[in-house]
Ligand binder design. Structure first.
Ligand code: NAD
Length: 262
């Protein structure tokens, strides 16, 4: 029996693995002895990460694809599953903030880009992962956001919030449907996390003139004004990925230091 065929070695595919939460999760999975297949649009970063993992003696495969491109995505998932010799865990995590603008001025193209990258890609990932997981069961984790269930701030984030809310609803439907295959499906809902995503957000000019964004009262932010880390989110993903959460499916786990309760 090769290393890959050992039933105790978990095989995981992670999207958005080149940065932030996806990368932190890939690192943690590797540390735990999982074999990982990485998917991201950023080929250069994937090459570097994969080289680093391999140099430290870990098995790792990657495909650089755009998760909105269904043909390339399916091919990547099929090929990575072949390389991993199985698939136990799928982490659908790639996402963007997109453009934040009032609904009146948000372009239809920008709406579509955000919904497609965050929500449609999750549907595609899970659709293409099911054939590889249905025989032996497993765990699917989807990165949503506190914005998916608590619309209390972030004026201008209508497309982002709708995509993240859609992911939560999709998680619950998928959990019901896939229970018969012993596949669990859960969402994580991070609060503000220190990753590059926030630098990539485009804010429309109109937003600079509107002061609707709700700020935490001075000193009153839960967990002492701290932004969360991608490593903390990765620990929660690990919990949902393993038998530690064996009877948990169809739920969303907040990793937000109580931010969503305000
Ligand atoms: P990040 O920008 O650090 O990482 C996102 C990764 O996704 C990048 O490597 C990027 O190249 C990849 N990606 C984006 N679009 C892609 C596409 N079309 N095809 C393939 N890869 C693509 O951001 P992050 O914070 O790690 O984000 C991960 C997830 O966490 C996202 O779904 C995001 O919405 C969610 N999230 C983040 C925060 C936060 O504050 N950072 C809060 C809540 C939810």
């Amino acid at each position: 029996m090769t290393k890959n065929q050992s039933s105790s070695v978990k095989k995981a595919i992670i999207t958005g693995a080149a940065s932030g939460i996806g990368y932190a999760t890939a690192k943690l999975f590797i540390e735990k002895g999982f074999i990982v297949g990485l998917i991201d649009a950023d080929k250069k970063r994937l090459e570097t990460i994969s080289k680093d993992f391999k140099q430290s003696g870990h098995e790792c495969y990657y495909r650089s694809v755009d998760v909105t491109d269904e043909v390339s995505l399916k091919k990547a998932i099929d090929e990575l599953t072949d390389s991993l010799e199985g698939l136990d865990i799928f982490f659908s995590n790639a996402g963007i903030n997109g453009t934040w603008a009032p609904i009146e001025t948000l372009t239809i193209d920008e709406w579509d880009r955000t919904i497609n990258t965050n929500l449609r890609s999750t549907f595609l990932c899970i659709k293409f992962a099911i054939p590889h997981m249905k025989e032996n069961g497993g765990s699917i984790i989807i990165t949503s956001s506190i914005n998916g269930t608590r619309i209390f701030n972030n004026f201008g984030a209508s497309a982002y919030s709708a995509s993240k809310a859609g992911q939560v609803a999709f998680t619950k439907m998928a959990a019901l449907e896939l229970a018969r295959y012993n596949i669990r499906v859960n969402a994580i809902c991070p609060g503000a996390i220190d990753t590059a995503i926030n630098e990539k957000t485009t804010y429309s000019d109109e937003l600079k003139e509107v002061e609707i964004k709700v700020e935490f009262p001075e000193g009153n932010r839960p967990l002492k004004n701290k932004t969360g880390t991608s490593k903390q989110v990765a620990q929660s993903v690990l919990f949902l990925a393993t038998d530690a959460s064996a009877n948990i499916s169809g739920t969303e786990l907040y990793v937000d230091g109580a931010e969503s309760l305000l």
